[in-house]
Write a protein that binds this ligand. Structure first.
Ligand code: 6PG
Length: 469
């Protein structure tokens, strides 16, 4: 067998799936895992006549690759990635390319990009979304680094990535150094918010309107035929069908209400705070996972602070229609927040980001995939807006939805159901469309107690007042 086109380092589920995806597109792939037994099992269980070179030693792995060598890392993000890069540096030569497809923190990617450039190596930090199945059948891919190195991986990435309905690959060069992982991080932040909004809608139907799981399942199926159509709405409908083998109950009813997280939503929220982008729906979604994790304390507090505030709903169909409008409006705002963060990041890190193109590569393969992303692309193309909420389509839809959304938030507040995404997003919307906020008083207070100065509405300059003699 000749040299392989690419090597995959790391034979976890994602690495295996990605390697198979490459082989199924006709590429000869070398594979390496620190524990060869894992590679052996992969060969025995997943490989039939694919072109694969399984390597036991790292040197053998590197030597098996055509030059410039392409090594795709699918290892645990963080220290392990640094460790693997250090090992690889011993064998790679100038011009070789390391690709990191893990969920790496973008600041690590920027650092690795710079360090490797000093050694003459290229580094292509690549956001990969879609989980195990996406990796096998076509993920959404967000590569970044130097354009020169990208040329060497472009064809492979384009081949293995998901394809949108129009046939376009869900992969595009994002920009410099860590921008690919940044865009993936924002994808995950939006994923958190989208999930939270959907879960609140489920909870409002279940514990507000008192619908059965079957009824809610049908609502999600219906919503998936309309403007909310998306992977997350679709899987929610499927989840609500599933029964538990042991108890015969709906599985959703036996799952403990404690949400896990691996940290990408937290990174997105921290980044919003760091660079001054208001992304409250994403942050609230992270907080809601923290609150969910305090199960025992919540149970205790419900005994101390719980009161029955239930509000009777006369017209359930109207309630569901209002909820659909609230979910859709909140969804527009949470995507607007994600893209606002990207806009600020482009300035902060000096990246040239194409927002429409980012929306296009999220159309398939990734977790937030939805037809709705076509509308985002169209909004950027047609209106050249500074914020998605100002595009002609979304502006109209937000204005059309707001009455129903407000009714839903009144209901949420009155009956005391925890729905932070739907409520805080309406506040965000109101803040965004508010020509004059109460920050004038904030400024006066800051100037009063700390001489922090203020600006005036009627003339230029910086002012300070002696508030009390
Ligand atoms: C993806 C997912 C993937 C992973 C999330 C889960 O795009 O394929 O986002 O990266 O499923 O990281 O995140 P939490 O465990 O934090 O919910």
């Amino acid at each position: 067998m000749g040299k392989s086109t690419i090597g995959v380092y790391g034979m976890g589920v994602m690495g295996q799936s990605l390697a198979l995806n490459m082989m199924r597109h006709g590429y000869q792939v070398s594979v390496f895992n620190i524990d060869y037994d894992v590679t052996e099992t992969f060969l025995q269980t997943k490989i039939s006549d694919e072109k694969v070179v399984a390597c036991k030693e790292l040197k053998e792995f590197v030597d098996s690759l055509e030059k410039p060598r392409r090594v795709f890392l699918m290892v645990t993000a963080g220290k392990v990635t640094d460790l693997v890069i250090d090992q690889l540096k011993e064998y790679l030569e100038e011009g070789d390319i390391i690709i990191d497809g893990g969920n790496s923190y973008f600041k690590d990617t920027i650092r690795r990009f710079r360090e490797l450039r000093e050694c003459g190596l290229h580094f292509v930090g690549t956001g990969v979304s879609g989980g195990e199945r996406g990796a096998l059948e076509g993920p959404s891919m967000m590569p970044s680094g130097d354009p020169e190195a990208y040329q060497y991986v472009e064809q492979i990435f384009t081949d293995i990535s998901a394809k949108a309905k129009d046939g376009a690959p869900c992969c595009a060069y994002i920009g410099g150094d860590g921008s690919g992982h940044y865009v993936k991080m924002v994808h995950n932040g939006i994923e958190y918010a989208d999930i939270q909004i959907i879960c609140e809608a489920y909870d409002l139907m279940r514990h507000g309107a008192g619908l059965s799981v079957e009824e809610i399942q049908q609502v999600f199926e219906r919503w998936n035929k309309g403007r909310l159509k998306s992977y997350l709405i679709e899987i929610t409908g499927k989840i609500l069908k599933k029964k538990d083998d042991e108890t015969g109950k709906y599985l959703v009813d036996v799952i403990l209400d404690k949400a896990g997280q691996k940290g990408t939503g937290k990174w997105t929220s921290m980044e919003g705070l760091d660079i001054g982008a208001a992304i409250p729906t994403i942050a609230e979604s992270v907080f809601s996972r923290y609150i969910s994790a305090q199960k025992e304390e919540r149970v205790r507090a419900s005994q101390e602070l719980g009161v029955d505030l239930s509000v009777n709903i006369d017209d359930k169909e109207k309630f569901i229609d209002d909820l659909e409008a609230a979910v859709y409006a909140a969804k527009i705002c949470c995507y607007a927040q994600g893209f606002e963060l990207l806009k600020k990041a482009a300035e902060e890190y000096e990246w040239t980001l194409d927002f429409g193109q980012i929306a296009m590569i999220w159309r398939e393969g990734c977790i937030i995939r939805a037809d709705f992303l076509e509308d985002i692309k169209a909004a950027y193309d047609q209106d050249e807006v500074s914020n998605l909420m100002l595009s002609s389509k979304f502006k109209k839809e937000l204005l059309d939805a707001q009455k129903a959304w407000r009714r839903m938030v009144c209901y949420i507040v009155n009956c005391g159901i925890y729905a932070p995404a739907l409520t805080s997003t309406l506040n965000y919307f109101d803040g965004y469309r508010c020509a004059r906020t109460s920050a004038n008083l904030t400024q006066a207070q800051r100037d009063f107690f700390g001489a922090h100065t203020y600006e005036r509405v009627d003339k230029e300059g910086i002012y300070h007042t002696i508030w009390e003699e």
